[in-house]
Design a protein. Structure first.
Length: 336
């Protein structure tokens, strides 16, 4: 990030794309056991990783338009539909190469190999008896892992940069656990960063990156007196329920402390479900949590974040995230 800063120590206007590169590199390393080279400073705009990012962003941010509007495209393919299909075809074509490689590695590994030694995709392939389903799950993990996590991190950074008191609390907590800049960050130390994790939960409650969870009814249901037929898609709007006073005490107040064990604040267990719930909850929940926690812990340990421009509004695309250029000022903290 040092190379990206301008003379005012600010990140470039397209910093969100750098976050997307980081997210793709992470998902490649952990899910596919492959280094994709996304973090190279000389990565060209027409590179394969950048094309994967562009395809994933286009697909996710336009699927709602295709789903929610009247589906004329079913009868007369529209420009939006054709471009959507083209992007998804490219995304699938490239990602299938990596998934096929994972399948080949899995076949060549010993039957006695420990599951912890497998990548996420290898675990899916190993535990799913139907190869077609395994491939779909793997593709879904990669697709959502690129854009959703990136937008969540952008939201986290904006909230940290515009909330100096909370940022200082996070920094002090990290300093106690990692007093020296070269200290290793492992699972046991991450577990102690309770305020950092509470901050992440509070951002996801008030500004849920995924605005809701959709499910297609498998049978007719009656909900609140309304009969809803089989086949209709229902959306549980976590962005709404997480900001309702009847479910969250002082819901309009940003208060990470509400998530700490000693807090007496009421919050309904289903008020905030950023990853969904039940058998179909997000496959990569644990990975996403760890990814954000590690990134923020390392960044706040070494840098102070500020946002010195006009406040940004949040906007709904497929995700809910700050709408504008994320030109954060990042100042290196004194080393110790």
């Amino acid at each position: 990030m040092q190379e990206m800063k301008n003379e005012n120590s600010e990140m470039p206007a397209d910093f969100d794309n750098e976050i997307h590169k980081w997210a793709l590199e992470c998902i490649g390393r952990v899910a596919l056991d492959a280094r994709l080279g996304c973090l190279r400073p000389d990565l060209p705009k027409n590179s394969e990783p950048q094309k994967i990012i562009n395809a994933a962003k286009y697909a996710l941010r336009n699927v709602a338009l295709l789903e929610l509007k009247y589906p004329f495209w079913r009868y007369l393919p529209s420009t939006l539909w054709r471009k959507y299909v083209s992007n998804m075809d490219y995304f699938i074509e490239i990602c299938m190469k990596y998934i096929d490689d994972a399948m080949l590695r899995l076949k060549n590994k010993s039957q006695s190999v420990n599951e912890t030694e497998l990548s996420l995709v290898e675990r899916i392939l190993a535990n799913e008896s139907d190869p077609k389903t395994a491939y779909i799950l793997a593709l879904d993990l990669i697709l959502v892992g690129i854009d959703t996590i990136s937008m969540a991190v952008c939201s986290m950074l904006y909230q940290i940069a515009t909330r100096p008191e909370e940022q200082e609390k996070i920094h002090q907590e990290i300093l106690k656990i990692l007093p020296n800049k070269d200290d290793k960050l492992d699972a046991s130390k991450l577990e102690k960063m309770v305020y950092l994790k509470a901050f992440i939960k509070e951002v996801l409650r008030m500004y849920s990156t995924v605005i809701g969870n959709g499910r297609t009814l498998q049978k007719d249901m009656v909900i609140c007196g309304y009969r809803i037929p089989k086949g209709i898609q229902l959306v549980f709007p976590t962005i709404v329920t997480g900001n309702m006073e009847e479910y969250v005490t002082d819901c309009k107040q940003f208060k990470p402390e509400r998530w700490l064990k000693q807090s007496s604040d009421y919050i309904h267990p289903f008020a905030s479900l950023p990853y969904g719930h039940g058998p179909r909850m997000c496959l990569g929940r644990r990975f996403a949590d760890l990814e954000m926690q590690v990134f923020l812990a390392k960044l706040i340990r070494s840098h102070k974040l500020e946002y010195l421009h006009k406040s940004l509004d949040y906007k709904v695309t497929f995700m809910y995230a700050p709408d504008g250029e994320l030109k954060f000022k990042m100042t290196e903290r004194p080393t110790s």
